[in-house]
Design a protein around this ligand. Sequence first.
Ligand SMILES: NC(=O)C1=CN([C@@H]2O[C@H](COP(=O)(O)OP(=O)(O)OC[C@H]3O[C@@H](n4cnc5c(N)ncnc54)[C@H](OP(=O)(O)O)[C@@H]3O)[C@@H](O)[C@H]2O)C=CC1
Ligand SMILES: O=C(O)[C@@H]1CCC=N1
Length: 275
Amino acid sequence: MNQQMNDNTVAFIGAGNMARCVIASMISAGYPASNIIAANRSQPKLSALHADYAIETTLDNVEAAKKADVIVLAVKPQMMQDVCEALILAAPEISEKLFVTLAAGIPVVRYQQWLGKVRFVRAMPNTPSLVSLGVTGLFPSGCSNYEKAFVDHVFAGTGMTVWLEQESQIDHIIAVTGSSPAYFFFFMQAMQQVAEELGFAPEQAKKMVAQTALGAATMALQSDHSFAELRAQVTSKGGTTHEAVTTFAEQGLEKMVSDAMYAAIKRAQEMAKSL
Ligand SMILES: NC(=O)C1=CN([C@@H]2O[C@H](COP(=O)(O)OP(=O)(O)OC[C@H]3O[C@@H](n4cnc5c(N)ncnc54)[C@H](OP(=O)(O)O)[C@@H]3O)[C@@H](O)[C@H]2O)C=CC1
Ligand SMILES: O=C(O)[C@@H]1CCC=N1
């Protein structure tokens, strides 16, 4: 790898939602577009990425992998074995490069069966990386300190990086940050529905709910108070919030959240056994 970090070429194999989010975050953090390549099995997403970020694109995974210093595997878990085996068959020399995978539910040991004993980082970003407000969990396997620093540099633009000491923690961070944007979107969707029932126009309802979520998250990040204390600040004795929050508690919000997060972890563990 090049000693100037931004001189390294990063190739994304698979150019879907998550690849776009990470590419967007790299570009907005100043990574040169000329050193990013995206490969995809079909053209439309490549054309959109080229139009939006002026990166190089190709329909040929092998071409992208050969040009790269770092190969980011960004296909769905179910496609991963075929993609890895096809790459290494066509270009065995790429096993010397650093690999990063975004996939949930595939342990390092499985990649080693498909690719050989490559140097590896498992990354678990989330979609708010698109606006540089994401969180990325990172687990290294066999890479140098410089390679870890490089991967940190690449994912720093997603918002926040968290290095994990054990691979099992990747499944945990999936539940906490990888999948969780969807929990918040679900909650906001439910709130928007009620706002519309109450007569607010859909666009206005969406904006009001999202602005409130942004305000609450920003307050939490800027404050030393716990979530419980911030909640107490809204909750006047005998007032409206108390009624709403009591309804959530009586209907089992905390258990529901806990069950959902453990279900995500269980699914990641099942995938690890089946893929
Ligand atoms: N979405 C998320 O929030 C997160 C996803 N991840 C992980 O990221 C990975 C990608 O997920 P996501 O981006 O959501 O999925 P997408 O379906 O949006 O993207 C997958 C992309 O891979 C392409 N693809 C499929 N097969 C091949 C192939 N053989 N060669 C080249 N490209 C191929 C697809 O092409 P086509 O356009 O033709 O379908 C598609 O563009 C997954 O492994 C997932 O676990 C990790 C964290 C969060
Ligand atoms: O749903 C999934 O499996 C992927 C991993 C985390 C977010 N999306």
